[in-house]
Each structure stands twice: as C-alpha cells, then as structure tokens.
Design a protein around this ligand. Structure first.
Ligand SMILES: Nc1ncnc2c1ncn2[C@@H]1O[C@H](COP(=O)(O)OP(=O)(O)O)[C@@H](O)[C@H]1O
Ligand SMILES: [Mg+2]
Length: 344
C-alpha cells in the first residue's frame, strides 16, 4: 500500500496516478484511489463520482492492470452504514436522518476516515497487488493520520453516551431554556431538530462497536509494514515546512516512511544560448530571452536550495525529483512523463 501525502497542490494526485501506472507497467494489478483529481485528468482516466468502485483504465502496453476510482466520501460512509446496520429499518432511519445527511458530508475528518476505510475494504477484497492512495487536500496532512482515532474517540466519547441515555434528551441533558428554543425552532421551521438528534444517536448506538472496530483495524493498516508513505512536496517554502512537520509526525506515530518526491522542480537553463540562436534573435528579443533565462536560473537556484533544506531535514531519505513540466498533467501521456521521472 502506497499513501501519497503532502500539502495541497504539490502533485499528490498526479504522483499517485503516475506511481500506479508505473507499477501496472511492471506487471502488478494496481488500484489508485484518487480524491480530488483535476477534471481533465479524471476524464482521461475514465473516473466519475458516480461509481465508488475501481474501474479498469485501458492503457496500451501494460503487463499488469491499472484500476482507478474517485473516492466519494458520502457514498463510502453510506456503504459503511449499510454494512454495519443491524437491519434495514435502522439503515433507512439513518439515511433519512437530516443530522446524518449533514454529518456524513461535513464532519471534520470524514473524508480522511472514509479514504482509509475504502482502502481497508479494497485490501480485504484481496483483488489487488498494490493499492495507491491519494490523500485529501487537508489543511493539515495530520488530520489524515489521526482520522481513525478521532472517529473512535467520537463514538466512545461522553457526548454520544449522553444522547444514548434512555431518559431522552429534553429532560436532563438540555435545560428548559434550550428545550424551548428547540420548540420554537420547530414551530417556525418545521424541523424537529431534537427528534432528529435523538433518532440519529439512537440508531447509530447499535453500530458503535462496528465503527470502533473498523477504526481500529484501519489504524492498524496504516502501521502495517506493507504500507508505505510517500511524502510529496513542491520545492517552495510552505510545502517544505509542512513536509518536514509531517515526516516528524510519521516517525512519532511509527508509521512507515518510504521516500520523498519533490515535484515541479525548475531546471536551470543552459549557460549560453547557442550562437546560431542568439544571432538570429535580434537585440530586442535577445534582451527578453536573457531576462527570462536569468529568472529561470533564479527559480532553479531557489528550488535547489529548498530541495536541499528538505533532504537535510529528513536525514537524506530516498528522493526523487520530478521537474516542472511545460504543461499540466491532464492525460495518460502526461502521467507517463511523470512516471518516467519517478521510475527512472
Ligand atoms: N511536474 C509537473 N509539472 C507541471 N504541472 C504539474 C506537475 N505535477 C502536477 N502538475 C499540475 O499541478 C496541478 C496540481 O496537481 P495535483 O496532482 O492535482 O496536486 P494535489 O493533488 O497535491 O493537489 C495539476 O493541474 C497538475 O496537472
Ligand atoms: Mg489532489
């Protein structure tokens, strides 16, 4: 299992897809679980959010198989409820519940949790040799590591236990004042929030053990020696600092770190313009070319310094540098280009 982690916009989705492509070329049956692919890349891979299962991508010249899916957090959550609900009545009660409808899409960390829950399910299916996971554009990549524990804490926490008390809500938990507020809200809006809340927690009550066990196994999967984290970064200040922080947390959590991918690194231009080109430019164009060259050289120097800072901070880990390409990576050919840098 390969998990591509890093801050937003550094190329996690691109790297995950290119790693999957490279491994499929080497004969493995690979599934890549993407989270937020750019639309054109999604189209190129035949991904759509309608399916929450991997679909095979047809690429010429693979000796293995490439499968891809786009994670739909809400669908994954729903499928989890379907699996854990003791009966169809409870299931329908949860699905029809307004609180659930909001929670399953909005709850902090639910995307992280469902990503790993999906991974767990694909792993259990035994259908793939390798699973490659893209990670959500989390504000903080740590949300991801912490997601299973956070969900477990939620289900074991005091809040949910209180809601599950037989006496019900209105009497003990909420003072008369808030009951009145809820009552007024109901009359004005027609939404019985209190009832929604208590039905929600009551029907989830029977699934707590199922959830907790899931979260535990998902946590174990992250620490499994067959799992490896790739830290993806860009050669700029903020992503570099975030990658250093994430690496430290990975180590503290004893999670397996496989290596570093620094993406979109500017390459320095060659020192001199070839004479034949220079003489054909004319003075005005030559001036502009020389300004652009100087800028690119400065960018490349800045990038190289950031790559060095990152490698030093991480203790010189296995590192792959992927250059800034002249175009966005939005199709299989673009992916193949990134793949050749990754596997060179
Ligand atoms: N090496 C590269 N050169 C040029 N563009 C790239 C490169 N890697 C990624 N991109 C582009 O950068 C954008 C962000 O990449 P993406 O993989 O979606 O990042 P993330 O998943 O980390 O948010 C995309 O438009 C992608 O095509
Ligand atoms: Mg992404």
């Amino acid at each position: 299992m390969v998990i591509c982690a890093g801050s937003g916009g550094v190329g996690k989705t691109t790297t995950a897809a290119a790693v999957a492509l490279g491994l499929a070329e080497r004969g493995a049956k690979v599934a890549v679980v993407t989270i937020d692919p750019a639309r054109r890349l999604a189209n190129a891979l035949g991904l759509d959010s309608l399916s929450n299962e991997p679909r095979q991508v047809s690429v010429d010249g693979l000796s293995g198989e490439l499968w891809a899916m786009m994670l739909d957090a809400k669908r994954t959550f729903d499928q989890l409820i379907e699996r854990l609900a003791p009966d169809t009545r409870t299931r329908d009660e949860v699905f029809g519940n307004r609180i659930y409808q909001q929670l399953s899409t909005a709850v902090a960390g639910s995307q992280e949790f469902t990503a790993i829950a999906k991974l767990y399910e694909l792993d259990e299916s035994g259908e793939f040799d390798v699973l490659v996971l893209d990670t959500p554009p989390a504000r903080n990549a740590l949300d991801f590591l912490d997601a299973p524990a956070r969900l477990t804490r939620f289900f074991q926490g005091r809040a949910i236990r209180m809601f599950l008390r037989p006496a019900g809500l209105s009497g003990r938990l909420l003072g008369r004042g808030s009951s009145m507020v809820f009552g007024v809200l109901q009359r004005v809006t027609g939404v019985d929030l209190l009832r929604d809340l208590s039905v929600f927690f009551r029907s989830l009550g029977g699934m707590i053990d199922g959830f907790t066990e899931r979260a535990r196994r998902v946590g174990a999967l992250l620490e499994d020696p067959a799992t490896t984290f790739l830290i993806v970064s860009a050669p700029r200040h903020d992503p570099v600092e975030e990658a250093i922080f994430f690496h430290r947390k990975l180590r503290e959590a004893a999670m397996p770190f496989g290596g570093l991918v620094v993406n979109r690194v500017h390459q320095p231009p060659s020192d001199e313009l070839p004479e034949a080109v220079a003489s054909g430019l004319g003075p005005a164009l030559a001036e502009r070319v020389s300004v652009a060259t100087a800028e690119l050289r400065a960018l490349a120097a800045r990038d190289a310094a950031n790559v060095k800072r990152l490698r030093d901070a991480l203790g010189d880990p296995p590192t792959i540098v992927v250059p800034e390409l002249s175009e966005d990576v939005h199709d299989v050919e673009g992916l193949a280009l990134v793949r050749s840098h990754l596997f060179e």
